[in-house]
Each structure stands twice: as structure tokens, then as C-alpha cells.
Design a protein around this ligand. Structure first.
Ligand SMILES: Nc1nc2c(ncn2[C@@H]2O[C@H](COP(=O)(O)OP(=O)(O)OP(=O)(O)O)[C@@H](O)[C@H]2O)c(=O)[nH]1
Ligand SMILES: [Mg+2]
Length: 454
């Protein structure tokens, strides 16, 4: 990997108060000196100081800027870095970047600054990945987890676990190399016990992914029910605006209306659907088909019933479709006299919440129920590590499989050298997470997901 000097615009392209252009590499300060004219040359300024001056190209002033000069290794990339804060116009920002490139920097690729931070040992691969997660976080909870990971919490966990396995492996090797000697404190039995303890820790991390994936990707949630029960009214409460059309005409919603909403840190990818019923109307029938399709794809189904009328055959048909799904039954219109047989729905084992979409009564209870069904609150409040990244989950799964194989090899009486192979594989899988044993191709794939300038 060639460490030439790279530059990019680090702020979004658009009109704003300020834009930032970042330069990193061994010639960053030299390039800064060629184009920045302040009271002093940047090379004569103390590290980590800011300076006002002009960016000039062929003696022409391009912009008046604030320039930050930071000498490595105490920088994001670990390299000498210059950051230019210019006026936040599209043209002026591009002109400043062009000047920087003309002075000898190369346009940075997506994620190249963070890739350098990784290659220069400023952060491990899991921390680099959490930087994208901070930028892309769609909820404050997702962002909080990413911030923790950027601080190295996952890295520390993985390193500690890896170290434990390395010690077990070293002792296992000692059994192979010096079978008759009394050098080893552990018996193979105690080594196997230690492997089981490591396995438990890996399994705990793997279990956290269920919550982690939900926090990261949200819950695909279909609101279904027969026509006119208040599905769109509920959608609008969640959305906080008139996203779906609401009328007293049955069959108002035809297409699927989608909205991403944040309920106390958890993202719901909501689908408001057409009321399910038999219809001769061609457009409505297509809508009903779409409703059923969304119902079958959803991770959560909110089945809405009109509490002010008795259950009908249409409701029964919908209840049949709920078989095998994660469901919350919502009894709506509780502001009116109750006519529905609520006990019947509850007797089916479906969690049931009564609401009034009109007065917004019961909505908090509904939100609480959704969270309770999908998120392990104890896990979040305990501040324990939560796996949110599919690549980490895969590597931990491989680690778990190798450990299980090693433990069963031991239990079926296989030799220490056979168990050692499994241990090596488990150690290598953990190394993938932090980037110790990972191919250049995977590293490139990870950093390609970054935006230019990060
Ligand atoms: N009294 C009362 N009326 C409600 C409540 N929720 C919705 N409605 C009314 O019920 C009617 C139907 O509401 P929608 O939200 O359009 O129902 P929907 O299930 O989306 O209907 P379709 O799109 O036709 O399937 C409207 O007139 C709403 O104002 C409620 O809690 N109480
Ligand atoms: Mg509707």
C-alpha cells in the first residue's frame, strides 16, 4: 500500500456555512504551505493549531479560510493532516479542492482516510466499521452502540476472548509436544472446561445480535386488518403526519404506504396496507394481494380490529393469516362502546392492546409492547456489548462452530492435536472481527462503503 498524500471534501456537497477539505499524508503540510497564506507558513506553526489566511492559486485568491495543521501520529489517520475550513458554497469548495490537488495531493477514495487509520494502527477493523455506523445511524440507540464500539468496547472483548483461546491452545500444544512431562498445570479436562466458558461468552455475544439487528435495521411491520378499522389512522399517529389518507369509506387505502418511524430509539419500517376483504374491484383486489404479501414478509404484524363492532368473518379470515407470525392485536376505537369479543382474541394467545386512534389513547402501551417483544431491555441497560454487524455475527458463528467441534472432539476422545486445529480456527475467526486475520479484499469491501472524505 502506497501512502501518498490524499485529499477530499469531507462535508456534504451543498450550500452551507462552512465546508471542510481534508489532506492527509507525508506531504500534507508541504502542500498546505504551497497554497495557504496566513501570518506564518503552516510548517512553522505548532501542531494542532488553527490559522486564518487565504488559499491562493497562481497568486489568485480562491477563498479566505481557517486552516488546521496537525502533525502525525496524533491524528485521525496517524499521518500529517491539514484541514481547510472554507466558505460552504459548492463552487468555492470545489475550487479549494482543485487547488489542493493541483499542489500535489491525490483525490482520496471513499473511506481512504479511515482505511489509513486502520492500516496505521489507529483503530482496529471493528472500530473502523463503527465509524460508518455512527454516520449512518438512524436512531439514537443505534448511534450510542456505534459510539461505544468506536471507543473499542467490542475490540477489547474480542481481544480478551482471543487471548484466552490462545492460552488454551498453547497448553493443548504442550500436551502434544511434551506428553510425558509434568510441565502443564492444566489437564485436558480443565482445558475443555475453559473452552466451554469461552463458548458461553461467544454465544452470549451471538444472542445479542437479535436485538442488535433490530436496532440497526428496524422492524419490518405490517399494519393489517379489514377495511375501516383504523389502520391508516394508526399509521399517521406513528408517522406524526398525514402520511396515509383516512376516510370513513371502506377500501380507502389501496397501495402499500411505507414510512420509517423511530419509537424511543427503535426503528419501525411501517407498511400501512389495504383493508383485507373479498372485492370485485380490480384495483382493490390487487391492493388486498399486496396486503397479504406484506403480512407474510413482516417481522411484526399489527392486526387492527374495530372494537365498536362484533368480530366478523373478515376478521376471522385475517386471524387465520396470522398463524406463525409475531403479532400484536390492536383493538381500536375504544372511545366508542365496546362490542368486540376481546377475550376471544386473547384466548388465541395473541398479545392484545386497546387503543383509540382518535384520542391517541393506548399508543404508549402499544409502543412499549413492540419494544418488549423485540429488544432485550436488560441487555441495553446493562451496557453489555451488542453485536450489530452481520460480518461480526458471521465470524462469531464460525468461532462458535469451531469451539463446539473442539469440545465434541474432546468428548469423543480425539487427540489434542485434533482439538488444536479447531482452537486455531476459533482464534482466527475472532481475528477476522478486529482485522488481524482478514483478507485485503474484505478490508477493501468494508472501506468502499464509506463516503469520500471519511
Ligand atoms: N371513533 C373512532 N373512529 C376512528 C378511530 N380510528 C379511526 N377512526 C375512523 O375510522 C374511519 C376509518 O379509518 P382509517 O384509518 O381510514 O381506516 P383503515 O383501516 O385505514 O381503512 P381502509 O384504508 O379503508 O382499509 C375514519 O373515519 C376514521 O376517522 C377511533 O379510534 N375512534
Ligand atoms: Mg387505510
Amino acid at each position: 500500500m502506497e501512502f501518498d498524500t490524499i485529499a477530499a471534501i469531507s462535508t456534504p456537497i451543498g450550500t452551507g456555512a462552512v465546508s471542510a477539505i481534508r489532506i492527509s499524508g507525508k506531504d500534507a503540510v508541504k502542500i498546505g504551505d504551497k497554497i495557504f497564506f496566513g501570518k506564518k507558513k503552516l510548517s512553522q506553526c505548532e501542531s494542532h493549531t488553527a490559522h486564518y489566511g487565504e488559499i491562493k492559486y497562481n497568486e489568485k485568491t480562491i477563498d479566505m479560510v481557517l486552516c488546521l495543521v496537525m502533525k502525525g501520529p496524533n491524528t485521525y489517520t496517524g499521518e500529517d493532516t491539514v484541514e481547510i475550513f472554507c466558505h460552504g458554497g459548492i463552487v468555492v469548495t470545489k475550487n479549494v479542492l482543485e487547488t489542493v490537488l493541483a499542489a500535489g495531493a491525490r483525490q482520496a477514495l471513499g473511506g481512504e482516510f479511515t482505511k489509513r487509520a486502520f492500516l496505521n494502527g489507529k483503530m482496529d477493523l471493528s472500530q473502523s466499521e463503527s465509524i460508518i455506523d455512527i454516520i449512518n445511524a438512524k436512531s439514537s440507540l443505534e448511534k450510542d452502540i456505534a459510539i461505544n464500539q468506536a471507543g473499542g468496547t467490542l475490540q477489547k472483548n474480542i481481544f480478551a476472548l482471543r487471548q484466552e483461546l490462545i492460552e488454551i491452545s498453547a497448553n493443548m500444544m504442550a500436551f502434544i509436544d511434551f506428553p510425558d512431562e509434568d510441565l502443564i498445570n492444566d489437564t485436558t479436562e480443565t482445558l475443555c472446561e475453559k473452552m466451554k466458558l469461552c463458548l458461553e461468552k461467544v454465544e452470549k455475544l451471538l444472542r445479542s445480535y437479535q436485538s442488535g439487528r433490530i436496532i440497526r435495521d428496524g422492524i419490518n411491520t405490517a399494519i393489517v386488518g379489514k377495511p375501516n378499522v383504523g389502520k391508516s389512522s394508526l399509521m399517521n399517529i406513528f408517522a406524526g403526519c398525514d402520511k396515509s389518507i383516512v376516510t370513513d369509506i371502506e377500501g380507502t387505502t389501496r397501495d402499500v404506504v411505507e414510512e420509517r418511524v423511530d419509537i424511543d430509539g427503535i426503528i419501525l419500517n411501517l407498511w400501512d396496507t389495504a383493508g383485507i376483504r373479498q372485492s370485485d374491484d380490480k384495483v382493490e383486489s390487487i391492493g388486498v394481494l399486496k396486503s397479504k404479501e406484506k403480512l407474510s414478509k413482516a417481522q411484526l404484524v399489527i392486526a387492527v380490529f374495530d372494537g365498536s363492532i362484533p368480530l366478523s368473518s373478515e376478521d376471522e379470515e385475517i386471524i387465520r393469516l396470522l398463524e406463525g407470525k409475531k403479532v400484536i392485536a390492536v383493538i381500536n376505537k375504544t372511545d366508542l362502546e365496546e362490542k368486540i369479543d376481546k377475550n376471544y382474541i386473547e384466548s388465541l394467545g395473541i398479545p392484545t392492546i386497546s387503543i383509540s386512534a382518535l384520542s391517541e389513547k393506548g399508543i404508549d402501551e402499544l409502543k412499549g409492547k413492540i419494544k418488549e417483544m423485540f429488544i432485550d431491555e436488560n441487555l441495553i441497560s446493562s451496557g453489555e456489548e451488542i453485536i450489530t454487524n452481520a460480518r461480526h455475527f458471521e465470524a462469531l458463528t464460525k468461532c462458535k462452530n469451531s469451539l463446539c467441534q473442539g469440545i465434541s472432539a474432546f468428548e469423543t476422545g480425539l487427540t489434542a492435536d485434533m482439538i488444536s486445529i479447531d482452537l486455531e480456527n476459533a482464534i482466527s475467526s475472532l481475528g477476522e472481527i478486529v482485522g488481524m486475520t482478514v483478507s485485503e479484499e474484505i478490508v477493501d469491501t468494508i472501506f468502499r462503503k464509506f463516503c469520500v472524505g471519511k
